[in-house]
Design a protein around this ligand. Sequence first.
Ligand SMILES: [Zn+2]
Length: 510
Amino acid sequence: MSWVYITTPIYYVNAEPHLGHTYTTVVGDTLKRYYRALGYETYFLTGTDEHGDKIAQAAAAGGTDPQSYVDRISGLFRSTWDSCGIDYDHFIRTTDVEHKAFVQKILQRIYDAGEVYFGEYGGYYCYGCERFYTEKELVDGKCPDHQKVPDFISEKNYFFRMGKYQQQLIDALQARPDLIRPERYRAEVLAFLREPLEDLCISRPTSRLQWGIPLPFDAHYVTYVWFDALLNYVSALDRRGGDSLETLWPKANHLIAKDILKTHAIYWPTMLMAAGLPLYQHLNVHGYWIMDSGKMSKSLGNVIRPLDMKARFGMDAFRYFLLREMAFGQDAKFSEEALVTRINADLANNLGNFVSRALAMQQKYFAGVVQPLTENWPQEDIELRDKFAHAEDELKDYMAELHFHRALEAVWSALDYANRYIVQMAPFTMIKDDDKQARVGEVLHHLLEVVRTLARVLAPFMPETAVELRSLLAIGEDRLAAPWGEGLIAGHKINPPKVLFPRIDTDAKK
Ligand SMILES: [Zn+2]
């Protein structure tokens, strides 16, 4: 039995779910559905990261205690994914008792193995980033992300001997060229590793911060938030029990945005090496969504909320846009105009019109009853079938490389062909000729085969639409895999058409 283990980052609860979180989560959900349909066993993990300075400060600012604060925001993430129909298998929280115990177990293990030492450290600490900066990293003496002058802090802390693993990590990256994908990010990590790799401070004194997991070997310290958070990917499997660690962990596919590349490409693999665990299978890194109106922020009022998008455009239309618009790994632009254009052109016109035309003609000419196919198909019919077979082959190749936009493009290219097939065959003209009734029945049969194929190939991307297409054809899931021409039996009655994606009137909006 083959496994695919898919993870999103655990989202930090200092913000509510927005576009960036939604994209990563939708990609994870799409991959899970795709691989499950291929017969793989799948496990899809998401959750929330809940410790650290920023959380303690946010809770205090809101006049509440950290636990109540994280319960509320974590609950918001979970209910958002539920409302969006995200099919995760487990939602992990770093405040779960099982996770805390696991982090302590790993800390004790690497401490006992001599991988951790106590030392003095002085540095520029940015509370916003929850990390120390070297002087070189600061821009005009300020944190490049927060534009604030960091505090200089000198204190005794525990350090993980990360530097020791530098060569081992370089070797792993060279031995496995697809460990980090796309390639540009692997190159970025290798470039970073040309400089000496420093050890990692993995503790915070409780005099400064209590909101964290206590170090098992020193109660005066809590665990650095990243050391705690990264372990979630393994701790969830440990908790799942059985042989999860052995079977699922080596099949781990992490999905992240490029802002957390360093923690996942350097901290995390070296932590795994120290803990005696194998590396993940792939670290899959995507770019940013760039807003037309500038960087997404609360103050600009341009934060995209998934539930707003779902309410206004439908979840499937939103999913389609996210997957079709962004080339995985690169930045993409988000604008409502672009979203509406895609919905109108690709979904309302191309897909929606095709389906409603095919079903309307079937209804009008044959009262919805599927007509038989002859044994020898005309060349045009064979070409239509082959066009979709080709698109499905291409889709497979593209999905293996996370080229979601290309996969959808391939399907839509076949759909264009099918729309042209209708025009060329002109069943609406042939039907007037008494001698051509049987041929019209065949042409429509092939159009319904297109709809059935779409119900199969679009399911990972647009799950609700796929179910809708299947119910319009009045067939069970078991009919989806049948070869072209064998999925629908002559005499079977399908349902009348309905509008799948209403056209959005762009003039009325203004
Ligand atoms: Zn900062």
